[in-house]
Design a protein around this ligand. Structure first.
Ligand code: TRP
Length: 332
């Protein structure tokens, strides 16, 4: 995806749900890469609020979550002049093409989505039909922007494959309409594990407040969480994720925060205490400037950026929507 000034930059699309606090795993694993990519690619970034409604929400919850995450994304360095940055529900073409994609995706392929099976299996209460059809909306998100590359984690592989399959099927049935996107697992992304159970990824959905460093944590909270991080009893600092998951996670985090190499960093430590102190200091140095920028951003500024972003997004999406309506035989 590297580009020279003469070649066209690749269209990249990615989305994030406005639910839950953003933690270090989200930042080092994905969002920091969004910031880097906006200068290398023609990047479109979307807060996917319609996706958040697939699980029941309180009135007002999604709106607040959307503003919060928009503010945070601006604070980590998304530059609305370098990328297109907007909210899914502000561009009605998403819901509209989402419906058409439901007519192209099959019941059988949606039934095979492991995320649906996990989420519906875990739930004891209400399961909405949208939890089932959600990958069709995700396909619409991607296809509306003639997206070439979707940089998301491995957990989204099946959904991106579905987006490819529906694009190919639509094109075969109705003629060339959509660009067929490719999945790209960001290589630079660090895999950050839970500080209390380092065999699990740091996660929004698993409740582990002491194992999760949030971007809004105070320096004191960060120090405390890192100090109490689970390690092991052999006292040796070595990068070995299989037999030393806790220590290796600390080394990975330090490496990601300081642009270092975890195995090389291990040579500099002989005890866990100094390693933990350096991890905490590196995280505070990483997070403090983000929090400072966050404090400077008011809601009116955030809303104005999102309004502008929606206009720019719609300018790309509307012609693609028209193409799709025409192709599939609707009266236009
Ligand atoms: N499903 C993604 C997630 O849960 C979010 C998402 C929605 C997305 N639409 C997208 C990601 C389009 C990439 C492209 O993380």
């Amino acid at each position: 995806m590297s580009t020279t000034p003469t070649d066209k930059r690749a269209r990249v699309f990615s989305g994030i749900q406005p639910s839950g606090a953003v933690h270090l795993g989200n930042y080092l694993g994905a969002l920091r890469n969004w910031v880097a990519l906006q200068h290398e690619a023609d990047a479109v970034y979307c807060i996917v609020d319609l996706h958040a409604l697939t699980l029941p929400k309180e009135p007002g919850e999604v709106a607040q979550g959307t503003l919060d995450i928009a503010r945070l994304l601006l604070a980590i360095g998304l530059d609305p002049r370098a990328c297109v940055f907007f909210v899914q529900s502000h561009v009605h073409e998403h819901a509209e093409l989402g419906w058409l994609m439901q007519t192209i995706a099959s019941y059988g392929e949606l039934s095979r989505m492991t995320q649906f099976k996990d989420k519906s299996g875990r739930s004891t209460g209400f399961i909405s039909a949208s939890l089932f059809t959600y990958p069709a909306l995700q396909a619409a998100d991607i296809l509306l922007y003639d997206t070439e590359v979707v940089p998301v984690g491995d957990d989204q592989r099946q959904h991106i494959e579905l987006a490819r399959d529906v694009a190919l099927r639509f094109n075969a049935r109705y003629g060339e309409t959509f660009v067929v996107p490719e999945h790209h697992i960001p290589a630079a992304g660090a895999r950050v594990m839970d500080l209390q159970s380092p065999e699990n990824k740091m996660s929004k959905s698993i409740d582990s407040p002491q194992g999760t460093v949030n971007l809004l944590d105070t320096p004191k909270e960060i120090e405390k969480k890192v100090k109490r991080a689970v390690t092991d009893n052999d006292g040796e600092v070595r990068f070995d994720p299989t037999s030393k998951p806790g220590v290796s996670n600390l080394l990975s985090i330090l490496a990601a925060a300081t642009d270092g190499d975890p195995a090389k960093l291990a040579d500099q430590y002989h005890q866990y205490g100094p390693l933990k102190a350096d991890v905490a200091a590196a995280l505070i140095a990483l997070i403090e400037p983000i929090q400072a920028r966050l404090a400077d951003l008011d809601d009116a500024t955030v809303r104005a950026e999102l309004r502008l972003g929606a206009q720019r997004a719609q300018a790309i999406a509307a012609p693609v929507m028209d193409r799709a309506k025409q192709a599939c035989g609707l009266l236009v």
